[in-house]
Write a protein that binds this ligand. Structure first.
Ligand code: KIV
Length: 267
């Protein structure tokens, strides 16, 4: 496809059965590379707070942080649809805050859609943002901004009662106007059930193979996170060794006087 993808293209993929590929990106060079590879959607995730900024969780991330990273991503002019996370406290206070912050991510950052966490209890917020013609991707199940309520990053919806509530959450966010929904950290059968029930695409992370698409954090698939690697992550490369080898060679060559050579110098 030669033009940029829209939410309609993403939704059409559910109808045709083509799997939707999503990765997080927080900067210009990674966005260029993954866009050249043909990724369908780029998520400027608030995971930036953990994998980029070194925080223990996503709670300290601000709207200004998300704006900075969204601008870096959209400057790469990707063909992929760019969705930016609404960070903690940017939509939970009231609908006015939610509208202003979603608007800033689109107006100042260049995002084409926003993502926010929560089910039935955030439907008013989803409606308020969708009413401004800003597409919203919902996010249910293991929602990292609720880490303190969940008591850690725990798989959600294992008991039938919880599973039923998650199915109701999924239907509620669809009804509120979300164009897609991320299902994180839930059993694969439940994810399959939700995917069948919904007409909007489901994007899974730690939710098994039955979702309409998959999302992973770029640092995780490249082996750049030394702190923690969840079971659902597959490492597709070892960028840590690549970077470490290059840095070690540079240090060694400079120490030994092997770099720079005349070829790297001006006469
Ligand atoms: O912040 C993030 O990167 C996310 C995805 C992992 C779904 O929310």
């Amino acid at each position: 496809m030669n033009r940029a993808k829209t939410i309609l293209d993403i939704q059409k993929m559910k109808a045709t059965g083509e799997k939707i590929t999503v990765l997080t990106s927080y900067d210009y060079p990674f966005t260029r590379i993954m866009d050249e590879c043909g990724i369908d959607m780029i998520l400027v995730g608030d995971s930036v707070g953990v994998v980029f900024a070194g925080h223990d969780n996503t709670l300290p991330v601000t709207v200004d942080d998300m704006l900075y990273h969204t601008r870096a991503v959209t400057r790469a002019r990707p063909k992929a649809l760019v969705v930016t996370d609404m960070p903690f406290l940017s939509y939970q206070t009231d609908l006015r805050d939610a509208r202003i912050n979603a608007g800033r991510l689109v107006k100042e950052g260049g995002a084409e859609a926003v993502k926010l966490e929560g089910g039935a209890h955030v439907t008013d917020t989803i409606r308020a943002i969708v009413d401004m013609d800003i597409p919203v991707m919902a996010h249910i199940g293991l929602t990292p901004q609720s880490i303190h309520r969940m008591g850690g990053y725990k798989v959600q919806g294992k008991k039938e009662e919880q599973a039923q509530r998650l199915l109701e959450d999924a239907l509620a966010v669809q009804e509120a106007g979300a164009f897609a929904v991320v299902l994180e950290g839930i059993p694969l059968t439940l994810a399959g059930r939700i995917t069948t029930e919904l007409s909007i695409p489901t994007i899974g992370i730690g939710a098994g193979p039955h979702c309409d698409g998959q999302v992973l954090v770029i640092h995780d698939i490249l082996g750049l996170c030394e702190k923690y690697s969840p079971k659902f992550v597959k490492r597709y490369g070892d960028a840590r060794t690549l970077i470490s080898d290059a840095v070690a060679s540079y240090i060694s060559e400079v120490k030994k006087g092997e770099f720079p050579t005349e070829g790297h110098s001006f006469s």
